[in-house]
Design a protein around this ligand. Structure first.
Ligand SMILES: C[C@H](O)[C@H](O)[C@@H](O)C(=O)CO
Ligand SMILES: [Mn+2]
Length: 418
């Protein structure tokens, strides 16, 4: 059967449950995913005085052909975007600024250093999001930044974050969609601290100083990203979930939940509804931790489906900023973006093709038998036929055929890079 015929047959099965599939597809194409640029070059960036990756994060693998220049990275992103249905956003870090070979300190970065990115985003109808980079720098070498005991170091990172929010506001003004500026810091201790409070007081004061600079939310929104531990901060992280949840709620910022930043049996899907009870908006970094915050490429596993279901069930497609955060250097990096982003969109489609109101009523009625039975049966409903039709409708390759395009791109472009 053709994709169209498969779709018509599948559609009827979902329509039996009162699901308007055409409406679902219309809605889905308006849900942007923020695609992280740093999968494309192993979180290196383009600073003139590049430093080793630090901050307790790690990239493993050495698949050939990674981008080493802004044009190469934008070309690779364009290739990936051509294989992903819908209109999306690209998430930048401050280390991806372009300074024409000049050494520009991070607290001196300006919008002009991201002009090429804005022009590119305009040409490709993309939104841009941003992150100050508080790692891979000599002033973060001892593992502390905004919570550092030395005020001069804290002040440097405060200036960098203030400069970053101004750059993000420039994105928002130029592109007509507010940028999300997410702050994540590596500050923490390898071993058991003797004082957990003082660094947290310093972090709070630093954030208060950063956010004291008024920026119109029409152009920039602020998120703070928590973490459980990093390499070298196994015993204690200043910016824990409790710290940032409290800070975000008290200061009307977005709390950003990274799916790799919790205990192995703790899931972010279980946090979304509770967080949205107390804050209008939430941000995610969807990743895949394997044994630790390993930042594996996102796959369509139970947790990803549950995240999609929680966002859709809670009518939160316009309340949750969905960002991706993984960096796998062991596979073709364009393929990594494509797999992870297509899976995130599949997860949302799966959720939108679930009779959520009916399922909620089953729960209210205490009919846990049918609730479980249907949850399981829907896993073998013809979701793939709808996904294939959606990809065809959106002009991107259907099924695994996108891989042929990545292979051709690798032969023609990536393999030519030294
Ligand atoms: C590069 C990002 O800032 C980084 O991955 C951060 O979001 C994080 O999750 C650190 O573990
Ligand atoms: Mn993250």
């Amino acid at each position: 059967m053709s994709i169209q015929e498969d779709y018509q047959t599948a559609k009827k099965q979902y329509e039996k449950w009162g699901i308007n599939v055409e409406e679902v597809l219309e809605k889905l194409q308006d849900v942007p995913i923020s695609i992280h640029c740093w999968q494309g070059d192993d979180v290196v960036g383009f600073e003139t005085n590049q430093q080793e990756l630090s901050g307790g994060i790690d990239v493993t693998g050495n698949y050939p052909g990674k981008a080493t220049t802004p044009d190469e990275l934008r070309s690779d992103l364009e290739k990936a975007l051509s294989l992903i249905p819908g209109k999306h956003r690209v998430n930048l870090h401050a280390i991806y600024g372009e300074t024409n070979g000049e050494v520009v300190e991070r607290d001196q970065l300006e919008p002009k250093h991201f002009e090429n990115w804005v022009n590119w985003a305009k040409e490709n109808e993309l939104g841009l999001d941003f992150n100050p980079t508080l790692f891979s720098h000599e002033k973060s070498d001892d593992g502390f930044t905004l919570a550092h005991p030395d005020k001069s170091i804290r002040d440097f990172w405060i200036r960098h974050c203030i400069a970053s929010r101004k750059i993000a506001a420039y994105f928002g003004k130029e592109l007509g969609t507010p940028a999300l500026t997410n702050i994540w810091i590596p500050d923490g201790y390898k071993d058991i601290p003797s004082d957990r409070l003082t660094p947290r007081k310093r972090l709070k004061e630093s954030l208060d100083e950063i956010y004291a600079v008024e920026i119109d939310e029409k152009y920039n929104e602020d998120a703070v990203e928590s973490k459980l531990f990093g390499i070298g901060s196994e015993a204690y992280v200043v910016g824990s979930h409790e710290f940032y949840m409290g800070y975000a709620l008290k200061n009307n910022k977005l709390c950003l939940l990274d799916t790799g930043h919790y205990h192995p049996t703790e899931v972010v899907s279980n946090k979304i509804s509770a967080m949205l009870l107390y804050s209008d908006k939430l941000a995610l970094h969807v990743s895949r931790p394997v044994r630790w915050d390993s930042d594996h490429v996102v796959i369509l596993d139970d947790e990803l489906r549950e995240i999609g279901l929680e966002i859709v069930r809670n009518d939160a497609l316009d309340k949750v900023s969905i960002g991706l955060d993984f960096f796998d250097a062991s596979i073709n990096r364009v393929a990594a973006w494509t797999i992870g982003t297509r899976n995130m969109i599949k997860s949302l489609l799966y959720a939108m093709l679930t009779p959520n109101e009916y399922m909620k009523q089953l729960q209210e009625d205490g009919n846990f038998t049918e609730r479980l039975a249907l949850m399981e049966e829907f896993k073998t409903y013809p979701f793939g036929a709808i996904w294939n039709y959606y990809c065809e409708k959106m002009g991107v390759p259907v099924g695994e055929t996108w891989l042929d395009e990545v292979k051709s791109y690798e032969d023609a472009v990536l393999s030519k890079r030294i």
